[in-house]
Ligand binder design. Sequence first.
Ligand code: NAD
Ligand code: UPG
Length: 432
Amino acid sequence: MHVSIVGSGYVGTTVAACLAELGHDVTNVDIDEDIVAAINDGESPIHEPGLADLVAEHAGDTLRATTDYDAVRETDVTFLALPTPSEDDGAIDLAYMEAGAASLGEALADKDGDHLVVVKSTVVPGSTEEVIAPAIEETSGKTAGEGFHVAMNPEFLRMGTAVEDFLDPQKIVFGAREAAAYDTLGEVFEPLVAESDAAVVETGIREAEMIKYANNGFLASKVSLINDIGNICKEFDVDAYEVADAIALDDRIGGKFLRSGLGWGGSCFPKDTNAIIAAARDAGYEPPVLEAAVEVNDLQPERLLSLLDERTDVAGERVAVLGLSFKPGTDDVRKTRAVPVIEGLQERGADVVAYDPVAAESFDDSYPDIEIEYADSAAEALEGARAAVAVTDWDEFAALDSEFDAMATPLVLDGRHIVERREGVEYVGLTW
Ligand SMILES: NC(=O)c1ccc[n+]([C@@H]2O[C@H](COP(=O)([O-])OP(=O)(O)OC[C@H]3O[C@@H](n4cnc5c(N)ncnc54)[C@H](O)[C@@H]3O)[C@@H](O)[C@H]2O)c1
Ligand SMILES: O=c1ccn([C@@H]2O[C@H](COP(=O)(O)OP(=O)(O)O[C@H]3O[C@H](CO)[C@@H](O)[C@H](O)[C@H]3O)[C@@H](O)[C@H]2O)c(=O)[nH]1
């Protein structure tokens, strides 16, 4: 099939390269000329394991990119993979979706025959039919359900394992109104369904939109619940990880997403929980559990720092921060817990020196107002430090050993259950 994908960021590039791998002919449309040039040169504009190889293999053949929306006319189906950021109050900002939909509508005005527009971005219930479809109608002069059709297909891939997650999903959700839309989506994903154990869920458009928020809201709340329980554990000198291992044996609970600590960051959980809370509020319902999930998450960095306060005063002291990315395996620093931890340390007067295997540059670019020293290795960060705070669970922090000998005082505050305890080091876990 001929598929176009509007937006070529984390999701758009991954989906495009994977659909090309599955045998489709794919065109990426993005307003960023550098991204378009990179793809056409066979290079991935983002760092994701396995993605560079796929782009290199298919670019110039069944994968191409352009800034020209007219290219969508040559395709049967268009996925919208545009950003859906937050407004100041946490509500979803649909401006990118509306702009993309308007440009798409202009291009579709001159298309004969049917076209399916699939919303891939995470949008609150009602957005596809009440905001995006009307924006396409306005510039195309066509009517949704006649000149073009809309559908919703949420994406569940994780950063750092995006290609693997896309090519081996547990479920694929098709939200649509007409049989023809399910059929077209079925055709796009047919090679994937044939090769994987994925369940296909055929549902309505608003249900598909909500399934994405339910998925992320559930997972974020699961982490906040284990953090809440973990905070209680700490008060009673109980190891939350031993407790988690035991409750995980109940398959109604399951063992995943039970790692307590500094909580969740990244480009999705914070944005999506706040967006669905704001949408619910707007509709007249205050969701207490999701609100509490955010509240617990916001508390964790300060709880870690209060454990530090109980042991030492860091004013004027060098403190090592281990890890800057929001999770291991990525240089993404959006909503990373490193920010509140570093700000809290600086409020206490500490001189922060940070080390991350890959994210130092992106942290420095993303947070120009945060002035810290960057070290080239964990050993360099630890040298002469009064305390160390582990923020990201990078594997290499588990291997640290004699590096702690160079600290001024060997005190380690672990926010991720990653540093190994060793003799001679005072070790403090956040929930264990
Ligand atoms: N990143 C993830 O792990 C992930 C996973 C699942 C779902 N999502 C959702 O997918 C959506 C996209 O997220 P992302 O992380 O890929 O975003 P991103 O910021 O990485 O990429 C968005 C791309 O859209 C382009 N763009 C902006 N305006 C445009 C326009 N008018 N026309 C064409 N291109 C335009 C930008 O140049 C950029 O390349 C969001 O709704 C997000 O919540 C993200
Ligand atoms: O037991 C756990 C598991 C995760 N986290 C934290 O939770 C955050 C999110 O982790 P993860 O879900 O692995 O990363 P994302 O790439 O943000 O992926 C989430 O967000 C994406 C965008 O919506 C969805 O597509 C994915 O399904 C969903 O897992 C990170 O800060 C983790 O450190 C914990 O603290 N404890």
